[in-house]
Design a protein around this ligand. Structure first.
Ligand SMILES: Nc1nc2c(c(=O)[nH]1)N[C@H]1C(S)=C(S)[C@@H](COP(=O)(O)O)O[C@H]1N2
Ligand SMILES: [Mo]
Length: 392
């Protein structure tokens, strides 16, 4: 189905004015095209619309649905633009909405204890006062799926307090002590989809390496209830399941402790070997290099129909040089024309111009072929999306 977009505002079909708007789009400058842009020939240009991906369910996007553990909001990735890389708070994905039983945030305390020299209660006001800008970080649910248009994925601009600072104050009795972070998780309703009880056990090294922080603000405002108000954990580069919301307890525990129910629920989705019974046997729940198309634009270029695949790349721990794309089943991988990854977090926008030879259904698949880069989810075909081309 073809839907008109307002991407380029009123100037869409007005000849040269379009060229100015088009060139102004950040991907042509910030992503350093490898070749001359074949669409930007100054002649008759027009965006005709975007194609919907096929085999994805018609779920509502950008609006919260359901409540408590069954509450969700799927972000709409199809409208993303590189010049607005931050997801507005009202459109930031939600996995688990705030409990109806959530205690009053004004008197919130985080109980910091366990095997420490100085146990303490951190009041929400002191955390808010100590909050500093923590930058833009991507969050993705390990259970992000095609049926939800991969909408359990968003980027926030966070403020908070580095967890390392807080842990240093409490003085763990042993450097090998692990850190159990727990959040409020009692609900009025019985869930159809999830086990209540969110907590995760980290090593101190994992938290420090990731730059984990207790967030009190998202996009310049106090956290919203659904995103974990008054305070949540953010572990940059890790899946959202480790980013505990409504944090009320941080406990230093021994080196050998059991994994939590949340860790076990997410073991497969965070690519663990089986379901480890001990927290120390969990690998860091990091997001490996990933990429997916977010929309297919249909253009009229000097009277000819052309397509442009627009996508994102995220995850991983080192920028990759080349992203490759394949249009199944008849083609080989080719380099994405307009891809330049400078930083893994939060994300990188890319585009690829495409002129299919025949009408038909195409499965679009991305790949990174660099020996040092692990991309198990990407390689498994997890982020493949399909479109039906009727006009060439
Ligand atoms: N207390 C608590 N924290 C939680 C959860 C939860 O159910 N309860 N869900 C986790 C999961 S699975 C994800 S993906 C992220 C989602 O954060 P968001 O809803 O702000 O996007 O929160 C995590 N933190
Ligand atoms: Mo999640």
């Amino acid at each position: 189905m073809l839907t008109r977009r307002s991407l380029l505002k009123g100037t869409l079909f007005s000849g040269s004015a379009l060229f100015a708007d088009f060139a102004g789009i950040a991907w042509t400058s910030s992503l350093r095209p490898r070749q001359k842009d074949p669409f930007a020939n100054g002649k008759l240009l027009g965006l005709l619309g975007t194609l919907d991906f096929v085999n994805e369910s018609p779920v509502p996007l950008s609006i919260p649905q359901g409540s408590e553990l069954d509450g969700r909001l799927y972000s709409d990735l199809s409208t993303l633009e590189p010049q607005d890389p931050i997801t507005p708070t009202g459109k930031f994905y939600i996995r688990t909405r705030a409990s109806q039983l959530l205690p009053d945030p004004a008197s919130w305390q985080v109980k910091l204890g366990g095997i420490v020299d100085r146990p303490m209660n951190l009041g929400i006001e002191s955390l808010r006062k100590a909050a500093k800008p923590m930058g833009a970080h991507l969050m993705e649910c390990a259970g992000n799926v095609r049926l939800a248009h991969f909408g359990l994925l968003s980027v926030g601009d966070w403020a908070g307090v580095p967890l390392a600072e807080i842990l240093d104050k409490a003085k763990a009795k042993s450097p090998a002590a692990r850190v159990l972070v727990s959040g409020f998780d009692q609900y009025a309703e019985v869930s159809r989809t999830s086990v209540p009880g969110a907590s995760w056990v980290f090593s101190r090294e994992q938290l420090d390496k990731a730059g984990a922080f207790l967030a009190t603000e998202l996009n310049g405002q106090p956290l919203t209830k659904d995103h974990g108000a008054p305070v949540r954990l953010v572990v940059p580069g890790w899946y959202g399941c480790a980013c505990i919301k409504w944090v009320n307890e941080i406990t230093l525990v021994g080196e050998v402790v059991e994994s939590t129910s949340q860790m076990r629920e997410y073991a497969a989705r965070t690519q663990q070997k089986g379901v480890p019974l001990l927290a120390k046997d969990f690998q860091p729940a990091v997001i490996e290099q990933a990429a997916t198309p977010i929309r297919i634009e249909k253009w009229n270029v000097a009277g000819k129909i052309k397509y442009r695949v627009v996508g994102i790349a995220w995850g991983g721990s080192q920028p990759v040089k080349m992203l490759q794309i394949r249009f199944n089943p008849e083609e080989n991988y080719v380099p994405v024309d307009n891809f330049h990854q400078v930083t893994n977090d939060p994300w990188t926008f890319w585009t690829h111009d495409w002129s299919p030879n025949t009408p038909g259904t195409y499965a679009i698949r991305l790949s990174v072929k660099e020996p040092a880069v692990q991309a198990r989810r990407l390689d498994s075909g997890y982020y493949v999306r399909s479109v039906e081309i009727t006009e060439i």
